[in-house]
Design a protein around this ligand. Structure first.
Ligand code: SAM
Length: 310
């Protein structure tokens, strides 16, 4: 039988006209169609099967449910049939009841989607949400970073350096541990990051030319330096004019075991010390604030300090 005849036959039944008209607004599951039309499930499924055979509707599976909608990719002739069917359905006595029921079902669906978010409102940042992670947010924020030359001082194995290298022009990762530098180098090579260069050296006298980088990062590294003020002054030296320093470190704490557990030389820093060192090094537009507090004892707090070289 020709496609035209098949479509005409499919649309010769008032129930199928009702179904086509109901799918005009949104996709619907078999259960929802059943609730709206008050027809049995097997009848609905048979009608949907016939409509799908003529490419008037299409379906998608979502777990155990199947959703139907008007065929988005229908050819011109089929689209005309769909429009005719919708016009025809409007003349049926069931039409206004169908539309009222459809509205109710769609409203309930929207409300159900909101129930979860209403429940977690006010705790949003503390509950698990699939796909929401600081790592993903980090990648998002990277997209707004211009193509910079970055020095990551006390870089470790390059957790941050690797992330930055995916966006920046060049990243120079400096660490004084021979083993860590070797490991970081090998990892960067494995990951194909040709613009990430590891150099062994001290963050108080980094092996980087003066006035050569746009951004210096000291992430949880300063509290390992013998002379933190000297490290900040060295950062100023290697920065180009207009360049920026970003320091992430611990706010002064009383957790004495940090020395033995993490090899920390300093128990974090008071904001006032950081501010003074950054200012004395010659930075302007200084901003310092606590940006994170750990939930578990000893509740380490992270400070973010920044300044610009002029
Ligand atoms: C806590 S890790 C931080 C790693 C990385 N910046 C991060 O945020 O994941 C501190 C790193 O600083 C390095 N480090 C300690 N003292 C240093 C110094 N004087 N000069 C250069 N690197 C140093 C250590 O080898 C270690 O890899």
């Amino acid at each position: 039988m020709s496609t035209t005849l098949k479509s005409l036959r499919a649309l010769s039944d008032p129930t199928r006209l009702r179904i086509v008209a109901l799918l005009e607004r949104d996709e619907l599951s078999v259960n929802e169609l059943q609730e709206i039309t008050r027809l049995g499930q097997s009848r609905i499924s048979t009608h949907l099967g016939l409509l799908a055979d003529c490419a008037l509707v299409q379906s998608r599976r979502d777990g155990k449910r199947t959703f139907y909608k008007l065929n988005e990719h229908a050819e011109a002739a089929t689209r005309e049939f769909i429009q005719l069917a919708i016009r025809g359905a409007k003349e049926l006595p069931e039409h206004s009841g169908d539309q009222i029921n459809l509205k109710r079902v769609l409203t309930r669906r929207r409300e159900q989607a909101q129930v979860y978010f209403n429940q977690i409102a006010g705790r949003f940042d503390r509950v698990y949400g699939p796909g929401r992670s600081w790592q993903a947010f980090g990648h998002l924020l990277l997209r707004i970073l211009p193509s910079l030359v970055v020095a990551d001082l006390g870089a470790g194995e390059g957790l941050l350096s690797e992330l930055l290298a995916r966006r920046c022009k060049k990243v120079i990762a400096v660490d004084n541990s021979e083993k860590i530098v070797a490991f970081g180098k090998a990892k960067a090579k494995r990951n194909g990051l040709k613009n990430l260069e590891f150099r062994q050296g001290d963050l108080q006298n980094p092996p980087i030319d003066a006035n050569s980088v746009d951004l210096v990062i000291l992430s949880q590294a300063l509290h390992h330096a013998e002379n933190p003020a000297a490290a900040i002054a060295a950062a100023h030296t290697i920065l180009k004019s207009g360049g920026q320093i970003l320091i992430l470190d611990l706010l002064k704490h009383n957790f004495e075991r940090a020395h033995e557990l993490y090899g920390d030389r300093w128990p974090g820093f008071p904001e006032s010390d950081l501010h003074r060192w950054v200012e004395n090094a010659g930075f302007k537009k200084i901003e310092i604030s606590v940006v994170a507090r750990e939930e578990q004892p000893p509740h380490f707090q992270t400070i973010l300090a920044s300044g610009e070289k002029h």
